[in-house]
Design a protein around this ligand. Structure first.
Ligand code: SF4
Length: 245
């Protein structure tokens, strides 16, 4: 089976093989190949919802992991609960070791303003890496059209953080195609998308943006940070004294 010992050449070959495949075909292959050692990781944004809907028709018991940082918008929490029930998801909410209050005690108030990389590391990267240690492969909703950082996302790759096989079945889908799928299947989505939030993370670090703005520009909008570190490592310049996230 594919896993830690799979060579880079083999992984590149798979990425090439699936470059023009439909996501349904890629998800079916992932299920056949990895079975119970496959996890879908989603923050219940639009691509994640399409992923869950398609996988529901292929292998509904697939493990779904979502990060609950303790700073989710109420709208996101409601959507997760609603889709868990509607899709009968095998869902695990991954939580950091520290509550927001414990983090404030140990690192000071509003760590996300002073050192968002550390905050994301504590609340996202470490908990997800620990949760994924039980799996061989994970599915992500990364798309190439989301940002310059993601423009070269391969369909299949080796995740440098975990060593697992990482699968991005929708890497070459456009945002319009995702929305067309959601509408065609009458799927619910986060209502924040309708009031200017194209990408939704923690309420502490997510802002509404203009209609024409880059889809990730509302995340850490006053910093040079655009990624939480789960997918792409990023070192953010320290905040100026008095600067806000
Ligand atoms: S998005 Fe903001 S609040 Fe959430 S984990 Fe990262 S820095 Fe912390």
């Amino acid at each position: 089976m594919l896993g830690l010992n799979t060579s880079a050449a083999q992984i590149n070959g798979l990425a090439e093989q699936f470059e023009s495949a439909e996501p349904r075909e890629i998800l079916s292959w992932a299920n056949r190949t990895f079975g119970e050692t496959l996890a879908i990781v989603t923050s219940f944004q639009t691509t994640g919802i399409v992923t869950l809907h398609m996988m529901g028709e292929i292998a509904p018991a697939t493990q779904v992991l979502t990060l609950d940082t303790g700073f989710l918008f109420p709208e996101t929490v409601d959507l997760v609960n609603a889709l868990e029930e509607r899709f009968e998801l095998n869902l695990q909410r991954i939580r950091p070791r520290q509550t927001p209050r414990q983090q404030a005690r140990d690192y000071g108030d509003r760590l996300w303003e002073r050192n968002p990389d550390r905050c994301c590391h504590i609340r996202k990267t470490i908990p997800l890496r620990e949760a994924l240690s039980a799996y061989s492969a994970w599915v992500t909703g990364l798309r190439r059209d989301q940002s310059a950082n993601r423009a070269n996302t391969p369909i299949i790759s080796r995740d440098s953080r975990t060593g697992l096989i990482k699968i991005a079945p929708f890497a070459n889908w456009s945002e319009d195609k995702i929305w067309a799928y959601l509408r065609a299947h009458d799927l619910p989505y986060n209502p924040l998308h309708d009031i200017g939030y194209p990408s939704i993370g923690c309420w502490t670090c997510t802002k509404a943006v203009n209609q024409d703005a880059d889809s990730r520009s509302g995340r850490w909008s006053q910093r040079d940070k655009t990624e939480c570190g789960i997918h792409i490592e990023q070192i953010t310049k320290p905040a100026r004294v008095g600067a806000h996230a």
